[in-house]
Each structure stands twice: as C-alpha cells, then as structure tokens.
Design a protein around this ligand. Sequence first.
Ligand SMILES: [Zn+2]
Ligand SMILES: [Zn+2]
Length: 745
Amino acid sequence: MSEMKIEVQPLVGFDQLLTYGVSEKFISTIKIGCLVQIPLGRRRVLGVVFSLHSSEEIATEKLRFISHLVQQEPVLNQDLIRLSKWISSYYSCSMESVLGAMIPAVVRDGMKAKNEKLIQVSPGLNKVMVSEALNRSPKQKKLFSELDKQRKPVRKTDLVNKLGFSESTIKGLLAKGLASEILEVVNREAYDDDLDFDRVDAEWELTAEQKVASSELIDVLEQKNFGVQVLHGVTGSGKTEVYFEAMEAALNQGGGVLFLVPEVSLAPQTVARLRARFSKMNEQVVVWHSHLSGGERLDAWRNLTTGKARIVVGARSAVFAPINSLRLVIVDEEHELAYKQEDTPRYHGRDVAVYRAMLTRAVCVLGSATPSLETFRNIERKKYSVSRLMNRIDGRKLPLMHIVDMRLDARRERGTPILSQCLIEALRQRHENREQSILFLNRRGFNTTMLCTDCGAVEECKDCSVALTFHRTDGYLRCHLCGFRKVAPVFCTSCKSLEVRRKGHGTQRIEDLVSKLMPRSATVVRVDADMMTKKNLFRETLRDFRRGKIDVLVGTQMIAKGLDFPNVTLVGVIDADLPLRMEDFRASERAFQLLVQVAGRAGRGDRAGEVYVQTYAPHSPSIQFSRKPDIEGFLEEEMEMRRELAYPPFRHLIRHIFRGRSLEKTEFYATEWRKVLDAEPIPGLEAKGPALAPIEKIKGYYRFHLFYLTSSVQESLNHLAKKRAIFPLDNEIHDTIDVDAHQMS
Ligand SMILES: [Zn+2]
Ligand SMILES: [Zn+2]
C-alpha cells in the first residue's frame, strides 16, 4: 500500500483540501505544487498538491488515490501556494477563484509548445555549383540569395507571408539540397516586433538626485531582507531610471524581478525600454497580462519556471507570475485604482505585491508622483521608507496652471458652458503655433450629483461626507454609503440660487464642440474606453498623435497616465470637479492625483506647458494643492479628514453586496442582514447601510450594499462568516464581500 498521502486543493467544485493516496508509480516524481487529476465524487477533476505526508501523519478511513500526475514540473512554487492561502483568507474568496487567477488556463490544459519550421542555406556549398543549379529557376535563385543574405534560419511562414515566396519554390530549393529545414520550439514573445517608440534610450546619465535614490534602493536590496521603499517622484523626475538601477542590482544578486504597471496599455513602452536596457545583460523580458494569447502565455510561463527569464513586466495579474527567487517587486504608479481587481478574487495588486515580497524576503518598491493615502500612512508609521525625486530630469519647470472659475463663465452665459472662453482661445493659439493640446475629461460619475453653478456647492450627506446623487426616476437625492435620502431641492441649499445642474458631459460631445470651435485645418480626435477594447485602434491613435497628425486629443483619464508626448504644450481639464462630486470618500484624493498627473503631461519637450483647470470649486484642497503642486500638503490635509471620519487608511473598508432580480427581495434581505448585525454587534465593526448601489442594476440584477469599517479584517470576517452561515438567504439572492473596497459603485 501507499506510503505517501497528499493534500490536494481541487481546482473546481470543492473548496477545501482533500487527502489522497499516491500509488507507487507517482511516488518518486510527485512534488508540492504539482498538478494532479483526482477522483472527486463521480468526476475526475484537476487539483494542486499542497502538502506531502507520510502515511502515519494523516489518518483516513477510505483513501482514494490520485488518477494521474499531469506533468512533473510543479505549476505553483511554495511561495505562490502560501500567497494563494493568504489571498483566499484575507479577501474572503474561494481557493478555486485564486488558483484560477494564478494558473493560466493553457498551463492547466497542458498545451504543448509550438514547433516551427525554419529554412536555412545548407552549409559548405560550392558557389559555382549553386549558380549552375539555380540557373534556370529565377524564383529559387531569389529565395536562395534572400536566405544567404539573412545569414540565419528564417521562419517558413515569414518566407511565404512576408516575403512572398511560394511553397513550391521553397520545396524546390530543399529538393536540390541547397537549403535545409529545421524544427525549432518557437518563443512567442508579446510585442516582439512592436518597438515603435521614438525615445528608447539604452544609455543615460543619472542626475544627482537619481543617484541618491538609486543607492538608497540598492542599500535596501543589499540587506537581503524584506522591505518596502516608496519612490516618491514628481512627474517627469525619471523614476524609471531609478527602478532600472535597482533591477540591475537585484539581477546581479541572482534574483528575479517583477515590474507592475497599472494598465496593459502602458506595458509596451515599458517593455521597449526594459528590453533596450537589459538585452545587454542577456536578460529576457517577459510580458504578462490578461490579453496574452494562449501560446504567448505558455511560453512566458515556461521561460520563467525554467529560469530562462527573470524579468516580468505586466499589469495587475502579473503579480502571480511564477518568478523564481524573487528579489525585487516594483509597483509603478502604486496609487492607481486599476490595481484593484473588481471581480472575484477581489484582490489589490499592490497589496498582494507587498505581501508576496514579504513571503520571499524581497524588496518592494512603490513608485508614485502622488502616493496613496494608504502608502502615506505607512510612511508616517515608519513601516515604509521613502526616497524622493523632487526635480524634473532636465530641470524644466512644471507647467503653469490656470484655475478657471467656471461659475463666472456660467453666470456670463446663463447656462452650463462646457468650455471656458480662455480655454478656447488657448486651443486656437496652440493650433496656430503648430503645437498640440490634450483635453481631459474625468470619468463620469455613474449618477449625477447636484451642483450649484453659482456658488459651486454640492449637496452632501451629513453623516458620510460624500455627495448625494440625484435619481431622475423618483426625484430623490440619495447617499450611497448609508442609504439616507431626501427630496431634491429645486434650489441650492447653500446660496439659494436656482442655477443647479445635475449632469456631466461625454467625450463625444466635447469632440464635436471642439471641432466646431477650432479652425477647419485642425484635427480633433477622441479616445475613450470603447477604444481600449480595440487594442490597435488605441495604439494607432496615440502613434498618430505622437507624430503630430492630431492637434487636439480628447479623452478620459487613460491619456493622463505615463504617456509621453513632447509636443504637447496645453492641457485642458474640462470638469475638474467631477471626482470631487462623486459618491466616494476617495473622490478628493482621486481628483488630486488626476490633476497632478494631467499637469505632468504638458511641457515635456523643449517648450513650457500650460494647464487650464475648469472648476466650480476653485478653493477645494485638491485643486489648490495641485497648483504648486504640494503633494505632502494635500496628503496631510486629506489625512486629517480621513482621521476624523475614521475612514481608510485608519480603518479597513469592507463592502458587502447583495444582488437579486427582484428589487424588493434584494432590499428585504439586505435589511434583514443589517438587523442580524444590529441584534448582536460585532466588536470593532461599524456597519453602514444597506443602500442602493450607485449602479442600481447590472445585467438584470439589482444591487444593495452595506459597508463595514473595521480595524481587524480577519477578525471581522470570522464573525461575519459565522453569522452569514446561519442567515437564511433566499437562493435567488447572491452576496459578495469586497475587502479593502475601492469601488463604491
Ligand atoms: Zn449655491
Ligand atoms: Zn450617508
């Protein structure tokens, strides 16, 4: 009988470890992290080996045996197994969902590597013989000289598709023995032939400030222990070069590097720069994100697990890339919302990165021009150290920021103007000077808040300090945190003006308007979220813009991030207030981050830039502090506000969503649940709600949510789970927990 028992985590169907026996033939090969097929009930499913035990360690009655060892190489290393357990417990999600995110489908399916046919000139040919043999076949002659010119094997598909040779020409040449065919495992690298970036510098001189920051990072690395270092650098201060110095040090220590960027769209330019820098060290750069093809992903996976590659760059999900002996984790733009996954498993990429670094005793670098309040709080508490880059690389000044008080334009025009006179004037001026402009629109609120265009006041909830949102259907203003509601007043409660507005603008409308206001010769193009799904369209638009084919680019926050356009000298922020008015306590932080980032877009080339910020609340802290910009000033003031309300980062925020097809039923169960919480309150947990979510209905499901503020996530989750287990929820209603929730909608 078997001497060995193993604990297996099934990939589907059962959310706990199950014990199996291992038959003789697998005993010598099975390892922790291996993918195995196991009998489960009447089915056979895949599972991952989480632990190995001798027979005596686990007592079992009827032991079943694994059916099959899928492949000998583990699919998860021990660090990732530990990480998966933490994610499942901290974010209160099933192991199934965590492993689903960690192990790519192609790896689970055991897809084979792709072989490709390559053609090369046969070695040791006699020139005279060759020319005689090819005398009467000009096509073969052409093919031969092409192969000869390339001096290395060429893909057969490239010969056919790119160079236009026919299969029969190739066959003929092979038959004459002048060329030969070889099979090779191809490496499908993402962005392989997409290095179309004008400014890929492999060499540069570090500034004094960059040198200091680099050596601070390298010092931390040399301690060979876990540590978090925040790299706080103003926009354009050259954080990337500092990352690269640290990466080089980590690689020299024999470690692997994980480089996270907030958006997939930012990966190509980072990859290009990384490849330019690290190809000299013979390092491969692996790209990792959810848009990879199965083949690309499998190759990336193999290169990493075999240790052939040690550098990974990618968006959120790259935090799970199977890097061996991880030494350095970089989270660029750590404050970005995009790091938070909004489907199960609802993890935060930055926080998982920090935890993973801790598990492997690696160093985590969090880079940002505008650190999040969570990170700033950890600096204050001395949990994180900080390095600073306070100057732009070439000493250029930050662009001049004009705050445009829209209340004046609104009064003049008796309405709600989209563009102020001074911004229109500035746009025309740039066009005349052959310089480029970006018009930036904040993401629209999901609902509309009530804004007074006379005094700039917004109707707020007195208990939660977030904007109330207006519901057209019943004319109520609602708080989406606590559920408070009142009939929308017809006038502003601050100044009694009747000029209240309840609507934002879309990018389409702005594009149309700008096209109308600008001279005919000006090209105005819009980029928006729909375009992001068409990968090439988005890239082409940015390329055209970079090449100066577009005068004015209109877009949402996606164009505010990390993109570098040297000829842009004007940035207009259409509606700086929108995030301020959203139903979210982080709105002000977000508005500030966006303004600082957007301002960093202007004046990166030789010419100084100008920024116009249109606002109805010119005196709000996010606008005033972004003007200098005074990052720490803002963070300190905002921190005070959060401290008063005991919002994150002072406590954790857990969102509990109830979904159902029936509005009444969903509301009923959310309310009943609240009663359960009130009957015997959970120590240290403050509950708000239930309230109708700002997006009331998604795919036919109504949504109500509750919010819990707590100092201890784990303890609160345990209490909640106990209560939830005996709560008789109707099976038409579903509920989800979102720990450290960022999305309030
Ligand atoms: Zn007012
Ligand atoms: Zn409220």
